[in-house]
Design a protein around this ligand. Structure first.
Ligand code: ADP
Ligand code: MG
Length: 394
């Protein structure tokens, strides 16, 4: 089913409709007030409605009078939502199961610095970087660690199907791509191929037989990201990181090996306040422009797709590294979830409103998820289907 362009398409019940077209699902999470904010006596300026489908932002107008604005999303998570709640309310297990069936999924964390993107995606950075960390923090582990646990639990239970899981972890900083698993500062370059779309040759993709192997990759990647930001004066709030789990499923169908290539990418975006940060000087100008570039182009791509003009208007995917690498995730053949993170502090209310407007646009995007198979196998499947149809007709 194709939604009419220009309307307000909503996939039924906010669920992604696999096999047909589906809206990008958007969930908003509001972090609790932190110690400093509490000490200042701040009140929460964002309130989640009882049905958890909308939130209300209280903000002062130019006369200092308080106004209220309501925004609706697929789900809204209040400050008391646990990391486990995030999984269920965001429908993450469903995205993972699709990846296991050969679909491609992407989960983005969007929001200003300090709004809880890394906490939601990964958990507490300081915990994960510990040497003995083995996903041993069930309360604070984020979406990535929980997803890996789900994947490894599931792949050992599907009879007749063998799975191979591989992971890679990259960072985009200053419009340059770095391999977070290489532990050096070698720059990589994306390449376009008609069969694969944009990919990054030379990026280490490591086979992970066990859950612990995959968790070690996250730990290494996060450690390298932190070291890089320290030694090279990079600021992780200015970089985008993409952790991808590739799942190859191999099944025997009628004496033929059928291979599907599913994947799920976890994207921790640069702080959204960077979009407006253009006052830097000297050498910083290029950096800021480039950071703005990826985030800015992501916003442009989202806005173009949300207007429903993708068929008639140029979508500027190729104008930044981030949008090139995520080309398939927005308006393409992937399933996508955006976790928009907000601060409850009245001091951040303007940034919160901007995040919610951005997230509202993302909700209007339609993707058409498809299973990734080898082209030859696709042909064989299609011919088999045709044979079967002819046989029935006979
Ligand atoms: P970001 O990645 O968006 O810059 P972080 O995820 O690093 O933000 O969060 C900033 C701080 O707030 C961290 O100390 C983090 O542990 C804490 N925090 C964020 N979200 C929550 C939450 N839902 N519950 C408890 N602490 C949180
Ligand atoms: Mg972060």
């Amino acid at each position: 089913m194709v939604h009419p362009h220009g309307g307000q398409p909503r996939a039924g019940g906010g669920e992604a409709a696999i096999g047909g077209s589906s809206a990008v699902k958007v969930v908003v999470r509001v972090r609790p007030l932190n110690q400093n904010e509490l000490a200042r006596g701040e009140q929460n300026s964002v309130e989640v409605t009882e049905d958890q489908r909308a939130l209300r932002v209280h903000y002062p107008d130019s006369n200092g009078h308080f106004q209220m604005r309501e925004f609706a999303f697929n789900a809204c998570l209040a400050t008391d939502a646990t990391q486990a709640d995030v999984m269920t309310k965001c429908g993450v297990p469903r995205l993972l199961d699709s990846a296991l069936k050969g679909y491609s999924s992407t989960i983005f964390a969007y929001g200003q610095t300090g709004s809880g993107k890394t906490f939601s995606m990964s958990g507490r950075e300081e915990v994960i970087s510990e040497r003995e960390y083995r996903g041993a923090s069930p309360d604070t582990d984020g979406i990535i660690s929980r997803s890996l646990a789900h994947i490894y639990q599931t792949i050992n239970r599907i009879p007749g199907v063998t799975h191979v899981v591989k992971c890679d972890y990259l960072e985009i900083y200053n419009e340059q791509i770095y391999d977070l698993l290489a532990g050096n500062d070698v720059q990589l370059h994306e390449r376009w191929e008609p069969q694969r779309g944009f990919h990054v040759p030379g990026l280490q993709t490591i086979e992970c037989e066990r859950l612990d192997d995959a968790r070690e990759i996250i730990r290494q990647g996060m450690l390298n990201r932190a070291v890089g930001s320290h030694e090279l004066n990079k600021d992780s709030s200015r970089s985008h990181s993409i952790f991808t789990v590739h799942i190859e499923s191999i099944a025997e169908v009628g004496g033929q090996e059928l291979v599907k290539h599913g994947k799920i990418a976890f994207v921790d975006l640069a702080g959204s306040e960077r979009l407006k940060d253009s006052k830097s000087e000297g050498g910083m100008v290029k950096e800021t422009a480039n950071i703005n570039r990826s985030l800015f182009m992501l916003g442009k791509v989202i806005a173009t797709l949300a207007e429903g003009k993708a068929g008639t208007t140029h979508v500027p995917y190729r104008d930044s590294k981030l949008t090139k690498l995520l080309m398939d995730s927005l308006g393409g053949s992937s399933l996508a979830l955006m976790v928009a993170c907000c601060s409850p502090s009245p001091l951040h209310v303007e940034e919160t409103m901007s995040t919610l407007h951005y997230a509202t646009r993302a909700r209007n995007i339609i993707n058409r998820p498809t299973v990734a198979q080898d082209p030859q196998q696709q042909l064989i499947s299609r011919l088999k289907d045709e044979c079967e149809t002819l046989r029935k007709e006979n």
